[in-house]
Write a protein that binds this ligand. Structure first.
Ligand code: SF4
Length: 264
């Protein structure tokens, strides 16, 4: 089972966002932890939170991976996660999965070969799984399926790690071994994308299943993540079509050769 460790970018950015009570940064300490875990053979899923302020620092961050020799370990898996704003006011520095994918394709920082990142946000993962002909999920994530329960030390229960500490998203409380769920719980657990305004006729329904329940996409005037799917598909096809056509040509040639050998 992997452990997830988060960096908010390179040292300069991370140390302004992830600080101790005395104001000092935690970048070096996190790096020490990653190195120790990898040496012990623990699978490390390194989440890097990305927004407009640190996107162009990703190439520098991959140098850090190399300097620490993390890229020598097969149990090291760095991925990118867009910073999201769940407040109605929005935020100016957020990026979509598609924005980040476009950048990492352009800079050669995407893929399974180190020092690249192997995933960019949930929508990219869902589309890649679809193109790889893998069985895709029938829900956006474990939380949307009503499978996630996170218990925080202050007696609150949340559906997703993202919202721990934000009282607007509690789905229940616990004390001792007694757990009491509130009405928000059924909103997460019994959600049916086939009944949701934007989703029921959406071409991505079987891929996306209504997206993140904390976002208003499904019932807003217009879904805001559908354009992201459109863009990711376009990016994915443009990026991979050359390799795909080459593989197809090789396959066809091999089939031809086999046919000729049989006829001879
Ligand atoms: S309408 Fe939006 S949230 Fe609903 S399935 Fe389509 S893309 Fe997903």
């Amino acid at each position: 089972m992997p452990i997830e460790i988060t960096l908010d970018g390179d040292k300069e950015i991370h140390d302004t966002r992830r600080i101790r009570a005395d104001g000092s940064g935690t970048f070096e300490k996190v790096c020490e932890g990653v190195t120790e875990a990898l040496k012990l053979g623990v699978e490390v899923s390194l989440r890097v939170n990305v927004d407009k302020d640190n996107l162009e620092r990703l190439p520098g961050l991959t140098e850090v991976f190399k300097e620490h020799h993390w890229t020598d370990y097969p149990n090291f898996g760095p991925y990118l996660s867009p910073v999201e704003c769940y407040e109605e006011t929005g935020a100016d520095n957020t990026l979509t999965d598609a924005d980040i994918l476009e950048y990492v394709y352009k800079t050669g920082l995407y893929g399974n070969d180190h020092p690249a990142f192997y995933n960019v946000g949930p929508t990219t993962g869902l589309i890649e799984a679809f193109f790889r002909n893998e069985m895709w999920n029938t829900s956006f994530c474990g939380a949307a399926k009503g499978l996630n329960y996170l218990f925080t030390p202050n007696g609150k229960v949340y559906p997703c790690l993202t919202f721990c500490g934000n009282d607007a998203y509690t789905i229940g409380t616990y004390q001792g071994d007694k757990i009491t769920m509130n009405e928000q719980h059924s909103k997460w657990k019994n959600r049916d994308p086939f009944e949701m305004k934007n989703c029921k006729d959406c071409k991505y329904l079987l891929l996306c299943s209504g997206g993140c329940p904390a976002r208003p996409n499904a019932n807003a005037e217009e879904c805001t993540i559908r354009p992201t799917y459109d863009r990711i598909i376009e990016l994915f096809v443009n990026h991979n079509s050359g390799a795909y056509l080459k593989a197809l040509e090789q396959h066809n040639n091999q089939q031809e050769e086999k046919k000729e050998q049989k006829q001879a």
